[in-house]
Design a protein around this ligand. Structure first.
Ligand SMILES: Cc1cc2nc3c(=O)[nH]c(=O)nc-3n(C[C@H](O)[C@H](O)[C@H](O)COP(=O)(O)O)c2cc1C
Length: 226
């Protein structure tokens, strides 16, 4: 993969320097497209794939956003996505325009992946399935249980459901049925950035820069007015 992107170093440093001041800085606003309309929700940034500028987040195969990824997908160009950090203690916004790809569990794929990874991602040498499993294993027991729940997120809730029928915590134990159920639903979202719009509202005068990925996977940098 190409050498470290300048915005990646800046983003990682900004997150590291501020993570003790606010735990919310890893919550990102994520925009997708559905029938020509924007859909935006919060998600948790799960870091970068090893030695790359590829950002990672995760979801549940049963969620609506998965359909939005499928419907807006173009082979080798992925699904259009915007991924926005607001690092409140540092008053900095990083707005990442990207092409995204879903990596569901092998068991959830009935035939082939409807959002197959681009050649670039396949040739990266990164074991994407291992990334998916590693992130699942690092989650809290409570969060892992959410993926194992038999009720699809967004499905109608009746309050007389038998809540004893599934656990509220799931250990990282591959021999546990609930661990496997959760892993089946767990999806890695692979985010290949093409443009980063950076805005620093703390520095006076404010700073805004736009990095654009070029044909050689390098990054051009432009200073713009905030
Ligand atoms: C702080 C916060 C973090 C969240 N993190 C995630 C996440 O990492 N992945 C995810 O799929 N949903 C996450 N959610 C839930 C989504 O925002 C959303 O409610 C849910 O995924 C359903 O969205 P959809 O109908 O667009 O699929 C998070 C919500 C909040 C408030």
């Amino acid at each position: 993969m190409s050498k470290t992107a300048p915005w990646k170093t800046l983003l990682e440093n900004t997150l590291n320097e501020n993570k003790d001041k606010s735990k919310d800085i890893y919550n990102v606003a994520v925009g997708t497209v559905e029938a020509n309309r924007p859909r935006v929700r919060m998600m948790v940034h799960r870091g970068f794939a090893p030695e790359s500028d590829i950002l990672l987040t995760t979801t549940d195969i049963r969620m609506n956003k998965v359909n939005q990824f499928h419907q807006s997908f173009t082979p080798n160009s992925g699904s259009p996505l915007e991924y926005v950090f607001w690092v409140d203690p540092a008053m900095r916004q990083f707005r990442v325009q990207a092409n995204a790809y879903l990596l569901p569990s092998p068991s959830a794929l009935k035939q082939t992946n409807p959002t197959p990874l681009s050649h670039y991602l396949i040739q990266s040498g990164i074991d994407w399935e291992q990334q998916r499993v590693d992130i699942y294993n690092q989650m809290s027991r409570t969060l892992r249980a959410a993926f194992a729940k038999p009720f699809p997120p967004g499905s109608h809730r009746t309050w007389n459901e038998n809540l004893d029928s599934y656990p509220d915590k799931v250990d990282a134990d591959p021999n546990d049925k609930w661990y496997q159920d959760g892993l089946h639903n767990f999806v890695l979202v692979i985010i290949d950035p093409v443009e980063v719009d950076y805005c620093d509202l703390q520095t006076q005068p404010n700073v805004r820069k736009i990095w654009r990925k070029d044909a050689n996977k390098g990054w051009t940098e432009e200073d713009v007015h905030p």
